[in-house]
Design a protein around this ligand. Structure first.
Ligand code: HEM
Length: 160
């Protein structure tokens, strides 16, 4: 290979490499752009399953809210909460449970109940994941769900 050919091959390689980076950015390849998803940082399916198992145990021991779980099918609850978290953090699951308002609307939850349940979630996350950013991101997601869970979300009654 002479110098001219070598130069052309070199330029082509650079162009192809830069195109590949552009394509992965345009395709929204999150790994290439922003690192692992929250789902992955929570330990993927196995990690989230363990968090939910710990969470349900904490709820059952929490005197402020344990009574809500007395007559609940805990296996079904665990399956649905795992799927909810997996789907909501960028994982592959489909959530097939009920929406947050219908699920909780008949419970008459107080603000203190909500805060106590969230504290249990964060305790379960902290005991499984040693990453303050993960804990903060989960806290923010739960906070964003407060209006739906408490039934105070503003809905557009005109349906427009
Ligand atoms: C951001 C906060 C919350 C989230 C993301 C959440 C999420 C969920 C999900 C995904 C389910 C499963 C729904 C289904 O099976 O169809 C569920 C069920 C349930 N949640 Fe929550 N929840 C939250 C707050 C609370 C609070 C504050 C309480 C009570 C203190 C609570 C008590 C329950 C109970 C008792 C069930 C079982 C309902 C049933 O099967 O009849 N949740 N929740």
């Amino acid at each position: 290979m002479n110098w001219k050919t070598l130069r052309i091959v070199g330029v082509c390689t650079l162009v192809i490499a830069s195109n590949m980076i552009t394509m992965s950015v345009l395709a929204g390849d999150e790994e290439a752009v922003a690192g692992p998803t929250l789902y992955e940082r929570m330990g993927s399916s196995d990690g989230i399953t363990q968090i939910v198992e710990d969470l349900i145990a904490l709820h059952q021991k929490n005197p402020a809210i344990s009574h809500y779980f007395d007559d609940v099918d805990l296996d079904r609850l665990a399956t649905n909460v795992v799927a909810f978290l997996v789907a909501g953090t960028g994982g592959p699951a489909n959530y097939e449970g009920r929406d947050m308002t219908s699920t909780h609307s008949e419970m008459g939850l107080s603000v203190a109940d909500f805060d106590s349940a969230v504290a249990d979630v964060l305790t379960a996350v902290k005991s499984n994941v040693n990453d303050d950013d993960v804990v903060a991101e989960v806290a923010a997601i739960l906070e964003s769900l407060r209006p739906a869970v408490m039934g105070t979300a503003v809905t557009d009654s005109a349906g427009s």
